[in-house]
Structures are given as structure tokens and as C-alpha cells.
Write a protein that binds this ligand. Structure first.
Ligand code: 3PG
Ligand code: MG
Length: 396
């Protein structure tokens, strides 16, 4: 620990730069899962109640240092106003003239949201110059973005070194809940890791197999592992260049005594479309003109059995193309099983990640998990035992 919280700060009349993570899924301008927005409400509310002025800094997507209109945070203003129940003023930039004017005009009781920090390439370089520009607008820095704490960026790391700093309510809640559930987990520990790419989660997989007893791999990532086992995956999303790596992960898991679980049957379709005509086939019988869009019923049954034999479950990433019905079936069925075991007191279940939380909310299972983290990557890095730069900077 070693960091301050809002309770340690005198907030009366102070401008508080709050780093939040409102990187929420948006479809046609509407927020489709507002979990991350709801979870920052206590911090904003407490700052306002103590007479402070919250100035929100956040990223949205990966604009790569360019001003991209579709990644403007302005589109989130209505959702934020609804959640906070107060006016949200918007500043067209996160530093410089536009930001400073907006901050100067911020009224008591108002929240100021500044434009996407990643519209500046310097943000992801953890530039001190950019952080100095941000620091000019605030008296205090509060980091409430646990889910971005694995990034050493100007608004998550450098800025903490320039102003009196503290952790926000969500940051505190995430760290204590994860520590309580997973700090000293009961075995067997099972992890479900899904999502599109092996390449982005490679280090993670390598580290997790040292920590968990079962590693269930789902989503597009599973296809790369099936390929590595010499199976044909047809037109499925898979990383052909990563098969050697996947084979190494499997060999390493074997040595570490970690069981890797891949789908034994799969749901295939010719098109990546909701309600595309589909059928269930054994994992080694994917037709050349088809793609795997979900795990099949036998795989789900096997996963549920593993859950029954486990004491702790960590979950990041859906098992199939959950955004397309009915290819959310495996994710939903497994999630409901985990929820049921949790409610029966047989399983400690923790899930995290934007897609995962959206999928678990859609299945109705989320509320019955032990804990739902707003973080994906940060949660997994925490799980691996890595130092999170955004958290470490607060402790200095
Ligand atoms: C997330 O959505 O996982 C966080 O906001 C971090 O985003 P990033 O992976 O683009 O850094
Ligand atoms: Mg991410």
C-alpha cells in the first residue's frame, strides 16, 4: 500500500485532476455497457461533496496521437451527466489553451471532462512535458483508473509525480477486492482466458500457467492453439504466425502441471454474422469454408465440470463471438454455471475486462460473481504479480 486516499486530502476549493477509465463500448453513439462509468461515480460524488472541482482526464480507444472525431470523449457527456446527476462541461483538449479556459470556467458543483488524452502522441510515451501541461490545471491528482494502471502514460504515471496524489474510490475498491479474493487463492484455481489474439496475451499466458491449475482457452485465441496441435481451423480467426509460440505455452504448461483446456467441439458458420446458419462439429472437423464462432456443448459441459472441481475462478475474455447471437451461448452457459457455484458458496469468482463484463452482464451472471473488475489487462497483470506503474506512482 503506502498511498493516500481522498480521505487524506483537503479538497475544499481544490481542483482535482481525476484520471478515470471511461473506455466504454459504444455502438452508433450509444454506450452499450456503462459499468466503467457507474463505478467512478463515488469518486466524483465525494470530491464534489467535499467542495472540490473534479476535472476528468481519460483516454478513449487507441487514436495513436491523432485527433479522431469518432474517438472524441464529447460523445460520453450525456452518459456522464446521467450517471453523476450534474452538469458536465467539456474541454476540447486535455492541455493548453482550450483546457485551461474550460477549467477557468468550471462552476461549483460541475464536473469538467477534458478531451481524449491519447489525441497527443506524448501521452503513451509518458511525457513529462505533457504531464506538466496537465498539472497546471490542478491542485491535486487522483488516480481512479485501475483498469489503465498497467500503462505508464503521462496521465497515469508522470502526473502522479507532479502533484499531491491519491487513489480514488474505485482504485481502492479494485485493489482491496482483488487482494481479498485472489491474494491467497484457494486451489484448484481455474482461469478462463479468451479473446481474439494470442499475441496480445502471450506473456500473460506464460505467467498464468505457473499460477493456475487449469487454463481454459476460448475465443479466437483457442483457434491458434488448435492450429498448433495440427488441426485444421478453416476460415477461423487465428494467428498462423503464432503457432510455435502456442506450442511452447502448451509444453511449458505440461511441465508446470497446469492443464490447458481447448474446445473439443465447436460451433461453425460460413459467415461472421448474427444468426448465420451454423452447426456443431468436433474440433478436428471444421470445414474448410467455415469458421469457428463458439465452443460447442460438449466443451461447455467439460468447462462446467472443471468449475465444479475448482475453488477459485478468474475470467478474462469470452469463449466465443459473444457479440453475435447465438454465438454467445457457450459464454452464457459457462458464466451462469460459475454464478450458480458462487452463490452456493462453492467458488470464488472474479471476472474482468471490457468485453467480459459486457458478456457477463448480458447473460445476467455478473451480479452473482464474487467480484467484477472494470479492468482487463490491468487485472491480469496484477494477477501475474507485476507492478502496475499507475499504482506504483501513487505510492511514491
Ligand atoms: C482497457 O480498455 O482495457 C483500458 O482502458 C486500457 O486500454 P488500452 O489497452 O488501450 O491501454
Ligand atoms: Mg484492453
Amino acid at each position: 500500500m503506502g498511498w493516500k486516499t481522498l480521505d487524506d486530502m483537503d479538497l475544499q476549493g481544490k481542483r482535482v485532476l481525476v484520471r478515470v477509465d471511461i473506455n466504454v463500448p459504444v455502438l452508433d453513439g450509444a454506450v452499450t455497457d456503462d459499468t466503467r462509468i457507474q463505478r467512478i461515480v463515488p469518486t466524483v460524488r465525494d470530491i464534489l461533496a467535499a467542495g472540490g472541482k473534479p476535472i476528468l482526464l481519460a483516454h478513449f480507444g487507441r487514436p495513436g496521437g491523432e485527433r479522431r472525431q469518432n474517438l472524441s470523449l464529447k460523445q460520453l457527456v450525456p452518459a456522464l451527466e446521467a450517471a453523476f446527476g450534474t452538469k458536465v462541461r467539456f474541454g476540447e483538449d486535455c492541455v493548453g489553451y482550450e483546457a485551461e479556459i474550460a477549467a477557468a470556467n468550471q462552476g461549483d458543483g460541475e464536473v469538467l471532462l477534458l478531451e481524449n488524452t491519447r489525441f497527443h502522441a506524448e501521452e503513451t510515451q509518458n511525457s513529462m512535458t505533457l504531464a506538466e501541461g496537465m498539472a497546471k490545471m490542478g491542485d491535486i491528482y487522483c488516480n481512479d483508473a485501475f483498469s489503465a494502471a498497467h500503462r505508464a502514460h503521462s496521465s497515469t504515471e508522470a502526473l502522479a509525480r507532479l502533484l499531491p496524489s491519491c487513489a480514488g474510490r474505485l482504485m481502492q475498491a479494485e485493489l482491496s477486492a482483488l487482494e481479498a479474493a485472489l491474494g491467497n487463492p484457494q486451489r484448484p484455481v481455474t482461469a478462463v482466458v479468451g479473446g481474439a489474439k494470442v499475441s496480445t496475451k502471450l506473456d500473460l499466458l506464460g505467467n498464468l500457467i505457473e499460477k493456475v491449475d487449469n487454463l481454459i482457452i476460448g475465443g479466437g485465441m483457442a483457434n491458434t492453439f488448435l492450429l498448433a496441435k495440427g488441426l485444421d481451423v478453416g476460415k477461423s480467426l487465428a494467428e498462423h504466425a503464432m503457432t510455435d509460440t502456442a506450442a511452447e505455452v502448451m509444453a511449458k504448461a505440461d511441465k508446470a502441471g497446469c492443464r490447458i483446456v481447448l474446445p473439443s467441439d465447436v460451433v461453425v458458420a460460413e459467415k461472421f454474422e448474427a444468426h448465420a446458419p451454423h452447426k456443431v462439429v468436433p474440433a478436428n472437423k471444421c470445414p474448410a469454408d467455415s469458421m469457428i464462432l463458439d465452443a460447442g456443448p460438449d466443451s461447455v459441459a467439460a468447462i462446467c465440470t472443471i468449475f465444479e472441481q475448482s475453488k477459485t475462478l478468474i475470467w478474462n475474455g469470452p469463449l466465443g463471438a459473444f457479440e453475435l447471437e447465438p454465438f454467445d451461448a457457450a459464454t452464457n452457459a459457462a458464466a451462469l454455471k460459475a454464478a450458480e457455484l458462487t452463490q452456493a458458496g462453492k467458488l470464488v469468482s472474479v471476472a474482468g475486462g471490457g468485453d467480459t463484463v459486457a458478456a457477463l452482464n448480458a447473460s445476467g451472471a455478473a451480479q452473482d460473481f464474487t467480484y467484477i473488475s472494470t479492468a482487463g489487462g490491468a487485472f491480469l497483470e496484477w494477477m501475474e504479480g507485476k507492478t502496475l506503474p499507475g499504482v506504483a506512482a501513487l505510492a511514491q
